[in-house]
Design a protein around this ligand. Structure first.
Ligand code: HEC
Ligand code: HEC
Length: 224
């Protein structure tokens, strides 16, 4: 982690030195390709993500907590900030919880940073190239006032078999954890639950807004 961190710090320093050199020796290095130019989104994805998410964004069999990041229902419901933050902050968690080796590390935090912001943007651009449905505006929704105890009963009956009693995921992805809690809006959770992810195990679960508020209030309390 630390060597990668200092390597990228050195790369950034080199990049700014190159800029200075270009500015002083006017035009001299314009014709040369920038030595620090990051590889494209496909290459970065292949190097850092494909081992878990597969070449096509369909998570590898060996990783439990599957989530299909190329799914049309997913891509049309999230904005670029959600994708950026999911990569930058990852889906880390306590050692010993969840399946060992399947937790996504934080790729963009200064501590142990692996990818620069520009590189993360290139990967986001690559994920977007998979999108087949136009992006949608999510219907506003708030779980404020929802009763987490009532939500717990709905969760136990309809969700915990796949998402785990503690939200740490089994046949479905983890719903607990700081990144999802911070990046997923109530409207996104409601939309995901109502729509499901056709073609995967995630069913469409029609709930009234009152039940949905209870359920989402409960999910908000699932944390590491
Ligand atoms: C070690 C395995 C692993 C690696 C490597 C990995 N991920 Fe993940 N990723 C996961 C898992 C597992 C989840 C689902 C959340 C959970 O269950 O913790 C996830 C979740 C995501 C999500 C959120 C999906 C959603 O529906 O909320 C995005 C976006 C994502 N990963 C993109 C990437 C990108 C891009 C890379 C490469 C920079 C990457 N991941 C590298 C395992 C990994
Ligand atoms: C039969 C198993 C199953 C059940 C039951 C189920 N889910 Fe899922 N859920 C999944 C799977 C699998 C995915 C990921 C699908 C994919 O993208 O490949 C998912 C995805 C999700 C997502 C998107 C997560 C993200 O990071 O984008 C949310 C939110 C979610 N489920 C909530 C729920 C809730 C709440 C319930 C109960 C009302 C529920 N699910 C019931 C299997 C299930």
């Amino acid at each position: 982690m630390h060597s990668t961190c200092s390597a990228s710090a050195i790369r950034r320093t080199l990049a700014s030195l190159t800029l200075v050199a270009c500015a002083t020796v006017s035009g001299a290095c314009l014709s040369k390709p920038a030595p620090t130019a990051p590889p494209g989104g496909v290459e970065l994805y292949t190097r850092y993500c494909a081992a878990c998410h597969g070449a096509n964004g369909k998570i590898a069999e060996a990783v439990t907590n599957p989530v299909t990041i190329s799914h049309p229902e997913f891509l049309r419901a999230v904005d670029d900030q959600f994708l950026f933050d999911s990569i930058a902050y990852g889906r880390p968690g306590a050692n010993g919880r969840g399946r060992p080796g399947s937790k996504m590390s934080a790729f963009g935090l200064d501590e142990g940073r692996v990818l620069s912001d520009d590189e993360i943007r290139l990967i986001v651009g690559y994920l977007r190239s998979w999108q087949t449905e136009p992006s949608i505006e999510l219907e506003p929704f708030s779980s404020a006032g929802g009763d987490p105890l009532a939500g717990a009963a709905i969760y136990a009956a309809q969700c915990s078999a796949c998402h785990g009693e503690d939200g740490w995921g089994t046949a479905g992805p983890r719903l607990a954890g700081a990144t999802l809690q911070a990046t997923a809006s109530d409207a996104y959770l409601r939309h995901s639950i109502l729509t499901g992810r056709p073609g995967t195990a995630m069913p469409s679960v029609p709930l009234s807004d009152a039940d949905m508020a209870d359920l989402v209030a409960f999910i908000r309390g699932l944390d590491d």
